[in-house]
Design a protein around this ligand. Structure first.
Ligand code: UT7
Length: 331
């Protein structure tokens, strides 16, 4: 516990990431479904993605990213007071992946729970952690976007299987003297819930012989409708968060977006009137890792030295729900 301070600013004090070793290339996919490297590259920007092995669960990916982030923050695992895992590919329906992770890490002091906000999950989890720290309830938080998308991917469906990959990115949040989170904009629209979903396996449609035979435990997506929504919503979210600070595009140094499709990101840059070079991209190497995409992109942009102290960084994501979010951070 720490005392509530109204002027408390919360920032990211450490980051870490983990990607499984196995690489699945577009050429590999050509042997699995009726697709081509040319189609995948030009329509999505993806060349390869990482796939976790069958004995690895989401909490295992999260653990590696978490350990690196806590070390990078200069803390011990036992210092962590709150763990939030953003995931739509939990180890199991219950308990939460965050609790499993807490046990694996030995983070005895930490309260742990999951956030389900699809590709915007890392941003929702950061916003939640910031609120908890600002409230005075916890001194720090470990936030992880972790996904084993390959477990929910229909490897016979060319519309979706070329898109997704596995991975995890983590951030440690704590009060900071300089910079930190300046503004947050979140949004949801449940009227469009059908655009991207896993139909079976929940209370609506419990697992049965039929659900398995009809492949209803896999991700189903209305790609072209989502595409249009993604462009509009991600551009709006970024602009909304920046406008809370009266920031224009010249005030932004980096946009770290959810990596769903390079054509979406080019269109977002245009709509935000943002220099395309300010949008960080790693989609080519990892594909769409849902909540882990924004997390891993942030971590890699930091590790590559692209994000420098004092830079204004906008995290911007959109996903199933629909949900979206943008967070402005002074690094
Ligand atoms: O993570 C957050 C939410 N997700 C998104 O925001 C994803 C948004 N959507 C997209 O990124 C794109 O819509 C896709 C990459 C999924 C699809 O690209 P598209 O340009 O919208 O293609 P389309 O779905 O309109 O399909 C065009 C054609 C179709 O053939 P016909 O009907 O024109 O003959 C598809 O069957 O491309 C075909 N197609 C493929 N062809 C080769 C679909 N997938 C493939 C494939 N390889 N893998």
């Amino acid at each position: 516990m720490c005392d509530k301070k109204d002027d408390l600013r919360v920032g990211i004090i450490g980051v870490g990431s983990y990607l499984p070793e196995k690489v699945l290339t577009n050429e590999d996919l050509e042997k699995m479904v009726d697709t081509s490297d040319e189609w995948i590259t030009t329509r999505t920007g993806i060349k390869e993605r990482r796939i976790a092995d069958k004995d690895t669960a989401t909490s295992d990916l999260a653990k590696e990213a978490a350990i690196e982030a806590v070390k990078n923050a200069g803390l011990k695992i036992t210092d962590i007071e709150l763990i939030i895992v953003a995931t739509i590919t939990p180890d199991s329906t219950l308990p939460s992946t965050a609790c499993i992770l807490q046990g694996k890490l030995g983070a005895k002091k930490a309260v742990a729970f999951d956030v389900s906000a699809a590709c915007a999950g890392f941003i929702y989890a950061i916003a939640t952690a910031e609120a908890f720290i600002k409230s005075g309830l916890y001194k720090n938080a470990l936030v992880i976007g972790a996904e084993k998308m390959s477990s929910f991917t229909d490897w016979k469906d060319r519309n979706t299987c070329v898109l997704f990959g596995d991975g995890a990115g983590a951030a440690v949040l704590a009060p900071v003297k300089d910079g930190g989170i300046l503004a947050t904009h979140l949004g949801s629209d449940g009227s469009q819930a059908d655009l991207l979903k896993v139909p079976a396996g929940g209370s609506r449609m419990p697992a049965s012989k039929e659900t398995v035979e009809n492949r209803l435990h896999y991700i189903k997506m209305s790609g072209s409708e989502l595409f249009k929504q993604a462009v509009k919503i991600m551009a709006n979210a970024g602009n909304e968060a920046a406008s809370l600070l009266h920031f224009g595009c010249d005030d932004i140094d980096w946009v770290i977006p959810h990596q769903a499709n390079i054509r979406i990101l080019n269109a977002v840059a245009k709509r935000m009137k943002l220099d395309r070079e300010k949008i960080y991209l790693n989609i080519e190497r990892y594909g769409n890792m849902s909540s882990a995409s924004t997390a891993v992109a942030l971590v890699e942009a930091v590790k590559e030295g692209k994000i420098k102290k004092g830079d204004v960084v906008v995290l911007d994501a959109f996903g199933a729900g629909l949900v979206w979010g943008a967070i402005v951070i002074r690094w």
